[in-house]
Design a protein around this ligand. Structure first.
Ligand code: ATP
Ligand code: MG
Length: 269
């Protein structure tokens, strides 16, 4: 399980969750994308009609319905990608409120994931809301890896210490397996000094965690969701598409889901 988390809004969590999921599914992995954000942006970005969904992630968290009952297909283009939709801001708020008093309130998502048949999905990706509330806490408690998207802008690092502390706290209290899988620079503009500065600071703040690939700012990435498509189908030749494809490969390598290329001993000598 991987969670896309950053309490800062609009940094590219959903864009990354959707496009990373799409590329991993296209590589042949069975992917389940869980939209735990009441805004439901991941759900609509993939063209899933919220009105037509009977169940959402909130039914799973509130009423402990089996996770599989809420799964909907992402569409014909991506047969290996399925989604658990988020359908209503109201239900999201209700869930956040209900969980406040629930037993083991941080474990609802983790519990729901145990109801999946073993090996049914190769990877589960969770798109978090822009807060450190109970929904994000559920995602972090269920995850082995967090990917933190960081928008290359002034004040990009604001709040990162708080996020890092929270991750550390969740790790100590609820979920020892949790680790930061990677930090991803988004809306990167190689021509500006600001982007380079943010990259340097992030590298210092999260040594060895920064993805080599940065996601460039690109209008196609912003347009694709309005067509209900991932960038893989909307414009696979765009720079944004190539970047997300590379991030998918880096993710697989970090998860050791692909064998690293063996280096012959002779070459090393
Ligand atoms: P929220 O915190 O509200 O959930 P988020 O962190 O999920 O936001 P996104 O929704 O992915 O962020 O992105 C915010 C906006 O920026 C969206 O309109 C999205 O289309 C756009 N966007 C994301 N990445 C890029 C990019 N690399 N280039 C251009 N636009 C982008
Ligand atoms: Mg989002």
């Amino acid at each position: 399980v991987l969670a896309l988390a950053n309490q800062k809004g609009g940094v590219g969590k959903t864009t990354t969750a959707v496009n990373l999921s799409a590329y991993l599914a296209a590589r042949g992995y069975q992917i389940l994308l869980i939209d735990i954000d009441p805004q439901g942006n991941a759900t609509s970005s993939l063209g899933v009609d919220k009105e037509s969904c009977d169940l959402s992630i909130y039914d799973v968290l509130n009423d402990r319905l089996p996770l599989l009952d809420a799964v909907v297909p992402a569409g014909q283009d991506l047969p290996r990608l399925a989604i658990v939709p988020s359908t209503s801001v109201l239900l999201g708020a209700e869930t956040e409120a209900a969980l406040t008093t629930a037993d083991e309130r941080e474990r609802r998502l983790a519990e729901a994931l145990t109801t999946l048949p073993r090996g049914f999905y190769d990877l589960v990706i969770v798109d978090c809301p822009p807060s450190l509330g109970l929904l994000t806490l559920n995602a972090l408690t269920a995850a082995e890896g967090v990917i933190i998207p960081i928008q290359c802008e002034f004040l990009a690092l604001e709040g990162l210490a708080q996020l890092a502390n929270n991750i550390e706290l969740v790790k100590r209290t609820f979920n020892q397996r949790l680790d930061i899988l990677g930090v991803l620079l988004t809306m990167y503009d190689g021509r500006t000094r600001l982007s380079a500065q943010v990259a340097d600071e992030v590298r210092r703040f999260f040594p060895n965690r920064l993805f080599e690939t940065a996601i460039p700012r690109g209008v196609h990435l912003a347009e694709a969701p309005s067509y209900g498509q991932s960038i893989l189908h909307y414009d696979p030749a765009s720079r944004g598409a190539l970047a997300y494809s590379a991030v998918a490969d880096e993710t697989l390598a970090r998860l050791h889901l692909v064998a690293p290329v063996p280096v012959a001993a002779e070459v090393l000598r």
